[in-house]
Design a protein around this ligand. Structure first.
Ligand code: SF4
Ligand code: SF4
Ligand code: SF4
Ligand code: FES
Length: 866
């Protein structure tokens, strides 16, 4: 299309048709003040602060909603414009309290800035007071609607970015205000406290309820949120040693752009928790007592060396560290392999996404996400199977909702339970608990026999897979899963016919029976239907969290040299075969299935060292505890579930005598005689790029300039954001594995209920962090939901105490009635302090990936007499 030329403040400038006057002015460096306009949101034209005049027509125009047209002669700051703009601002101030001096918004208030720039101070107009009580009914967001200028940015952010719809305009005229339906408190709505509405509010009408400090931030350090695997870019705003608040980096080149979730926005108060460890601790006379660094490190070297001499290197092992940087994972595995002389190293990545990853890798060669999460928005069809994206990766959840609501994507959900996305689904398949893999096989059989092109690659492998899928007829799969044949056939037709298909799988698939098989089937579907290597499609496993990807990339896994994995180390400790364990940022006493066995294992060790920020359940059992820093007090790199390599940057000094993990590990390596000439985390990165081929091209400088994805083999190149783009598709070799019989899942009479575990939105997989966020703890509640019909049959009332017993252990919990929980099921929401690991067995579920089951288990329920 031809460009349009206009006169703008006396200059001839051209823009694309459809460009607004405000946008064009921005492009040529002319700043027009605005209040209701926000580049992330649709334009509204509500405040009129952005007025400009068109000399050609003589009209005053709202520049944010007026597209340029040929012949316009625009003045953005003529006397007439300034006069009218002043009037608009004075009218806004007339109904605004004169409380700037005590307002939380401080010097960031856009209304005050515009008024000052226009020379508007105290106004002569009669005040129209807007009396609104301060609302502080939820733990996160406070509202002072007397400062609201009705710009609607919060409403549009809620609807267009968060896609929640918790708030809208209520009432008309002077009474008009953004509010939830019937003025309900936000916590009684679908609000997930992402805080995006607070971020976009130009005034002090919306603000963070519990700022960790009343100070104004003097500095902002751009770093990466480490509370899940999404890798949101954040600004840690700080003054001196205090973190004051957190904002998104607001960079379109990041995964989150303007968004954050409640954990990233409001959960960082853990950094300054009074419970942080500030000095090393050594167990003396049965008690952990403060000690100096030299004494603690000397004791570790002495005891581990003794154990190595007495029992060999393989009697030692380490767990860590999905909570740590790539550099720290690299150093830990080097310490274990070269210092301890052991291959026993693993991390809690093993408890999350590795099951799916193993299956995907059998088909695609690697088990990672194949494209950046943003590509979900470009998909025609989206399949979400066994995942709760709104909790597992809230940004992925947001992108799915945006895709459905604003980009015309169709969403198919496969889950027995209703999750946050069910209201957005075009089709919702609800298989019986434990029947997702059979359903997936049924969908594949149909898809491969329909519109799907004949496989041109790996034909033998696919021919074998077709044979294995033969028993999964529509009738058989309907009988086994309870999903109507018509729905299965319709889903298969849609998925196989989609030009762009995004497949999203999460913890409910990875942590259940057949996780690797599910990964293999999904990867086969993506490969066979050509949904790889292009924008808008691919495989998006989101079960991994924290820096699981970095831990695996750096070799903090036993796979390379046949050492013991996470579970095997616990079992070996139980059997007296593991004598010393070094735990970095992990908490097996709370997280590992089989709590009794884990406690026994940890207390039987000859020597247990824990390096953490808090005295976790595991640290409380240790012989030596080393205080490490949080991510805000150190530097390094971090690889997200998208394979995006990002920087962690130090914002504040370490708390007390705590030290960054990389420094502690460097010191220990030196004492164990391992080469460790690292003065900074950058020195470690320099060694990583020489050692790990998929990081060969990574430099700190490059990471600060543009997004870089693993694998990145060439320096200065951004790596492969979309795997297989412009490359041949992978060709699986060998034979596909056997599939389970398409039979209904067994229901044991003695354990007739299926208990499913869900994480709380307010809980990170780094439980130690969110457990020490006072703000998140206020909202975090462990609960067990159950259908009232089932509960009544058992004599349980709402909030009644239930004894829940599996074949491995038991817990007690109060039961909440939920009409949405299907009969025969229980939905347990775990929190930072409560993980139902005791119900699960330590024994491996899937030998091929050695992952214990942690998502669903058969249980018995009974009312407990109090
Ligand atoms: S916090 Fe998020 S979900 Fe809640 S109203 Fe604001 S934008 Fe909507
Ligand atoms: S609360 Fe803030 S963002 Fe929302 S309408 Fe009022 S001033 Fe605008
Ligand atoms: S917890 Fe995850 S989704 Fe939330 S802000 Fe941090 S990285 Fe982003
Ligand atoms: S910024 Fe243009 S009308 Fe508000």
């Amino acid at each position: 299309l031809n460009s349009i030329t206009v006169m703008l403040d006396g200059r001839e400038v051209s823009g694309r048709p459809g460009t607004t006057i405000l946008e064009l002015a921005g492009e040529v460096g002319i700043r027009i003040p605005s209040l209701c306009y926000d580049p992330h949101l649709s334009a509204l034209g509500a405040c009129r602060v952005c007025l400009v005049e068109d000399e050609a027509s003589g009209r005053l125009l709202a520049s944010c909603v007026t597209p340029i047209s040929p012949g316009m002669v625009i003045n953005t700051a003529s006397a007439r414009v300034l006069e009218n703009r002043k009037n608009v601002v004075e009218l806004l101030l007339a109904s605004h309290p004169d409380s700037c001096i005590v307002c939380d918004k401080g010097n960031r208030c856009e209304l005050r800035t515009i008024a000052t720039n226009l020379g508007v101070g105290l106004i002569d107009l009669e005040k129209i007071p807007s009396y609104n009580p301060l609302e502080e009914l939820n733990p996160f967001i406070q509202r002072d609607l007397s400062k609201c200028i009705r710009c609607g940015r919060c409403i549009r952010a809620d609807q267009e970015i968060a896609v929640v719809g918790a708030i809208d305009y209520t009432d008309r005229g002077f009474e008009s205000r953004p509010a939830a339906l019937h003025d309900a408190p936000l916590e009684n709505t679908d609000c997930n406290f992402c805080g995006i509405c607070v971020s976009v509010c130009p005034t002090g009408a919306l603000f963070e309820r519990h700022r960790s400090s009343t100070l104004s931030a003097q500095h902002a350090t751009r770093t990466t949120c480490t509370l899940c695997g999404t890798g949101c870019a954040i600004l840690l705003e700080h003054t001196g040693t205090r973190i004051v608040s957190v904002a998104s980096a607001d960079d379109p080149d990041t995964v989150n752009h303007l968004s954050l979730c409640v954990k990233g926005h409001y959960g960082m108060d853990f950094i300054q928790s009074k419970k942080r460890l500030t000095t090393p601790l050594i167990r003396k006379d049965g008690e952990l007592q403060p000690a100096g660094w030299d004494e603690a490190l000397s004791l570790i070297v002495e005891r581990f060396s003794e154990l190595k001499n007495d029992h060999g290197g393989n009697s030692l092992g380490a767990l860590g560290a999905s909570t740590c940087t790539n550099e720290e994972n690299y150093l830990l595995q080097k310490l274990v392999r070269e210092g301890f002389g052991s291959g026993n190293i693993d991390s809690s990545a093993r408890l999350r996404g590795t099951a799916l990853a193993e299956g995907i890798a059998q088909v695609l060669g690697s088990g990672t996400m194949t494209a950046p999460l943003a590509e979900i928005r470009n998909a025609e069809e989206i399949l979400v199977i066994g995942a709760d994206p709104l909790i597992e990766s809230p940004i992925a959840g947001q992108l799915i909702k945006q895709a459905v609501k604003y980009h015309g994507s169709r969403l198919t959900l496969v889950d027995e339970l209703p999750r946050g996305l069910s209201g957005f689904a075009d089709t919702w398949l609800r298989p019986r608990p434990g029947a997702k893999v059979v359903l997936l096989a049924g969908i594949l059989r149909q898809a491969f026999s329909r519109d799907c092109p004949e496989p041109t690659l790996a034909s033998t492998w696919f021919a074998e897979l077709d044979k294995r899928l033969e028993p999964f007829t529509l009738e058989k799969v309907e009988e086994a899963t309870g999903v109507p044949a018509k729905l299965i056939a319709g889903t298969a037709a849609r998925l196989s016919g989609a030009g762009k298909l995004a497949l999203i799988a999460g913890a409910a698939l990875a942590g259940d029976d057949g996780g690797p098989l599910a990964g293999l089937l999904l990867a086969s579907l993506a490969l066979r239907t050509g949904n790889l290597g292009r924008p808008g499609c691919g495989l998006f496993p989101i079960a991994a969290s924290l820096n699981d990807q970095g831990a695996l990339d750096m070799g903090a896994t036993p796979d390379a040299d046949g050492g013991l994995d996470y579970r095997e180390m616990i079992e070996a400790a139980c059997a007296g075969k593991l004598a010393g364990l070094y735990v970095v940022g992990e908490n097996p006493a709370l997280d590992c299935p089989g709590t009794t066995a884990v406690e026994k294992a940890l207390s039987q060790l000859d020597f247990l060292v824990v390096q953490d920020r808090f005295l976790t359940e595991t640290a409380a059992l240790a012989d030596v505890v080393l205080p490490s820093t949080s991510f805000a007090e150190k530097s390094g790199t971090w690889t997200s579930i998208e394979r995006r390599i990002q920087q962690i940057k130090q914002a504040v000094p370490p708390v007390g005598d705590s030290r960054p993990d990389w420094k502690i590990l460097t010191e220990l390596m030196g004492r164990f005689g391992v080469q460790a000439q690292y003065e900074s985390s950058e020195d470690v990165l320099s060694e990583i790029v020489k050692t790990i081929p998929s990081y060969a091209g990574v430099t700190s400088r490059h990471l600060s300039l543009e997004p870089v994805f693993q694998p990145c083999s060439d320096e200065g190149k951004p790596g492969e954001s979309i795997l297989f783009a412009g490359k041949p598709l992978p060709e699986p070799t060998g034979s596909p594995p056997d599939l389970p019989d398409p039979e209904p899942p067994d229901i044991r009479q003695d354990y007739p209920f299926s208990l499913v575990v869900n994480e709380s939105l307010f809980c990170s997989r780094d439980r130690a962090a969110t457990a020490h966020s006072a703000t998140l703890q206020k909202a975090s509640k462990a609960r067990v939901e159950m259908n009232a019909f089932d509960a009544n049959m058992l004599g349980l009332c709402d909030q009644g105490l239930a004894g829940i017993r599996s074949s491995h252990g038991s817990i007690q919990a109060r039961v909440t009635f939920s009409p949405e929980t299907p009969r025969g099921m229980l939905l347990l929401t775990s929190t930072s302090a409560f993980a139902p690991s005791g119900l699960f067995a330590l024994a491996a579920k899937d030998q091929e990936c050695r992952t214990p089951r942690l998502h669903r288990i058969a249980v018995n329920v009974e009312a407990v007499d109090v």
